[in-house]
Design a protein around this ligand. Structure first.
Ligand code: SAM
Length: 268
């Protein structure tokens, strides 16, 4: 443990890197340990633009949630693989437009709950649970999920920045489908992921596998299949900055801009 690090919260092993804490490093946060900074150092050797990629991911999260509240009328969210709280979290974006919006954050890393206490204290319409998103049955049956989510009303299901951590053997398409099967018509699936359709992705994917133990970057075609028969919201599945940008994009996309793709689709 480096001198400046806080003691690890209960259940958190500071000697093993964690996805949530590594992402926190990339975003410039403070909830991480020396081992996380070391693995991010390895990633930055391959793609120095990684912080910019993560910033694009946080920006589309904000634009996407804003769209879901303002244009699709969604008032409740299940944010799967939500990560450590940072700026402009789902509940802050949603509740700014719709103060009564309800958000359940789901993450399997106990550090997320430890640092999510402030979110819990903010209001009774937001909660954090520690659960494995690969087990939709358990997540959907969780008492906190049942307390905040009305399954008779449309739900925003978020799989933002997480699919590239799920291997094919874990049936990520089946997982996404299980959540969408549990929610009514008018619900939306919001997804972003690293995209294997560009040459820079392969070396980064290999580094993820080596240092974090997970890494399966998918092509645009593979990612499109996650939406199944849901109806894609314009402009479809695109590189992150191309999804409903605040100002039109007129330049060729940089590496940082095209390494991840995202989109939203509506359940008919
Ligand atoms: N969704 C946030 C975003 O895009 O800004 C955070 C993304 S972060 C890269 C991925 C998060 O997914 C991490 O916090 C990690 O702990 C969590 N995660 C990974 N595997 C998971 C699983 N099987 N169940 C629940 N959470 C998981």
């Amino acid at each position: 443990m480096a001198e400046q690090d806080q003691p690890a919260p209960a259940g958190v092993d500071p000697t093993k890197p964690s996805i949530a804490r590594a992402y926190d490093v990339v975003l410039g946060g403070k909830d991480n340990f020396a081992i996380d900074r070391a693995v991010v150092g390895e990633m930055l050797k391959i793609v120095p633009e990684l912080p910019e990629v993560a910033t694009h991911n946080r920006q589309i999260l904000s634009r996407g949630v804003h769209y879901l509240v303002e244009e699709a009328g969604i008032r409740q969210f299940i944010d799967l693989g939500s990560g450590l709280p940072t700026r402009e979290n789902t509940h802050q974006v949603a509740q700014r437009s719709a103060p009564g919006a309800r958000v359940v954050y789901v993450d399997n890393d106990p550090i997320v709950l430890a640092h999510g206490r402030a979110i819990l204290a903010e209001n009774e319409n937001t909660t954090v649970i520690t659960a494995d998103l690969r087990d939709p049955r358990a997540v959907l049956a969780d008492p906190e999920v049942r307390r905040l989510i009305d399954f008779a009303q449309p739900v925003g299901v978020l799989l933002v920045g997480i699919l590239h951590h799920l291997h094919d053997s874990e049936d990520p398409r089946g997982v996404a489908k299980a959540y969408m099967d549990a929610v009514p018509s008018g619900s939306h699936l919001f997804m972003t992921s690293f995209c294997a359709s560009f040459p820079e992705a392969a070396a980064l994917e290999a580094t993820y596998l080596r240092v974090l133990g997970t890494g399966r970057f998918r092509t645009l075609q593979e990612l499109r299949e996650f939406f199944g028969d849901l109806e894609m919201v314009e402009p479809g599945l695109v590189s992150l900055p191309e999804w409903r940008p605040e100002t039109p994009i007129s330049h060729d996309l940089s590496v940082a801009e095209r390494l991840m793709a995202g989109g939203i689709a509506r359940k008919r």
